[in-house]
Write a protein that binds this ligand. Sequence first.
Ligand code: GDP
Ligand code: IMO
Ligand code: MG
Length: 427
Amino acid sequence: MPALVLLGAQWGDEGKGKATDLLGGSVDYVVRYQGGNNAGHTVVVGDQKYALHLLPSGILSPGCTPVIGNGVVVDPSVLFSELNGLNERGVDTSKLLISGNAHIITPYNVTVDKVTERFLGKRKIGTTGRGIGPTYADKINRVGIRVQDLYDESILTQKVEAALDVKNQILTKLYNRRAIAIDQVVEELLGYADKLAPYVADTVLVLNQALEQDKVVLFEGGQGTLLDIDHGTYPFVTSSNPTAGGACTGAGVGPTKISRVIGILKAYTTRVGSGPFPTELFDEDGEALRRIGGERGVTTGRDRRCGWFDAVIARYATRVNGLTDFFLTKLDVLTGWEEIPVCVAYEVDGKRVEELPYSQSDFHHAKPVYETLPGWSEDITKAKSFSDLPKNAQNYVKALEEMSGAPISAIGVGPGRDETIEINSFI
Ligand code: GDP
Ligand code: IMO
Ligand code: MG
C-alpha cells in the first residue's frame, strides 16, 4: 500500500506541480490535503502549459483519480472555472472526487481576507487574497460552511447567519464596509449544489479502501514547510499544514499508512509575500535568478523574492516532515554562474547556529553564512542521468544532499515532464 506524500520543502513554488505530474502516470490517486486556490502549480506537458490552483496536478494523468480531501478549502467558482478550462482543452475531469467535509470559501471570506490585509497596512502578510485564512478561521471557530451543507438549505442558512452575525458587525463598524446579505450568499452557494453533487464523496473511505487494495496514493502538498501554520515563519505563513502530518488529517489516512515523504527542493530559494528570508538577494544575482527561473507568481502575478540555497531550511524540512527523499528542481537555472554561494549556517547576534532558530527574533536577525561552490557553464537541460551532469553540477547536488539530510532521488533540469534525472525510483 504505497502512500507517498509530496510537499514543498521551502516557501512554496518549488515545482510540486511538475513533480506530481511526473509521478501521476504511475499512481492511482492524487490527493490535495490542505490549502486551496492560493496554490499555483505550473505543469508543462509537451508543448502544453497548465496552471492549476485548486485541482490536484494528477488530473492531467488519464489513469489517475484526483481527490480534494477534507483538509482543503474550496472556492466553488474557482473550481468550476478550472474544470471548464481543462475540459475545453480536452482533459477529462469526470473522475474528480471532493470530500463532503471540505470547507467552502464563501464570498465573505474573500472580502474579509482583502479588508484585513488592507487594515494591517505595513504589517500585512501579503496573502493571495483568496479567502484562505478567514475560511480556515471559520473552520476552527466552528462557523465554517462545508460542502455537505449545500445539501440542506435550512442548515446552510443557519450556518451563514451564524457566520455573518459577527462578520457584518466587524465589516460595518470596524472596516466601514457594507453588510453582506445572508440570502444572497445562501442563494449563490445553493446554486453550486447540483453541479458539485457528482463529485462529492466520502473520500476518507475511498482512500483507505484504495490503500487496502494496494493502490498507489500520492498526497500533493500546496505551499511549503516554511509556510506551515505551526512549523513555518509565523505569522508570515498560510493557514494550513502543508507539512507531512497535514496529509493525515487533511485526507483521513493514518500515519502508519504513509510509506514515503518526498520534499520538493529548489536549487535556490524563493518566497512570495512578506516575512523573513535570510538568503534573499537584492542585487543583480537575485534579478538574474528571477529572470532565468521565471520567478513570477502563478496565482497573483507577483515577482517572487529570490535568494541562494539555504541548507538550514532544508535540514529543518527534513526533520519536521520526516523526509525520505528530496526532488531537487531547477538545477538548470544555476547554469552560468562561476561560483554559487550556499548558506550552510546562520550567524545570530555574533554566534554561529546550525539549525533554524526557534525564536522568531533570532530568525529575523539571522545572517547567512555562505560556502561557495564552483559553478558550471554547460547546458544541462538534456541530461538524462546523473553522470551526464558536469562534474561541478554533480558536486553541487552532492553537497546539497549532504547538508540537507535526505537523499536527492530526482533532479529537475527543465520544466517539462521529461526534463528530469531520476536517480532512485519513487514507486
Ligand atoms: P509549485 O507551486 O511548487 O507547483 O511550483 P510553481 O509551478 O509555482 O513554480 C515552479 C516553476 O518552475 C513552474 O513554472 C515550473 O514549470 C518550473 N519548473 C519546475 N521544475 C523545473 C526545473 O527543473 N527547471 C526549470 N527550469 N523549471 C522548472
Ligand atoms: P504553491 O502551492 C508561494 C503565501 C502568500 C502569503 C502567505 C499567506 O504554489 O507553492 P494565503 O493566501 O495562503 O493566506 O497567503 O502564503 N503563499 C504562497 N507562496 N506558493 C504558494 O503556493 C503559496 N500559497 C500561499 O504569498 O505570503
Ligand atoms: Mg506555485
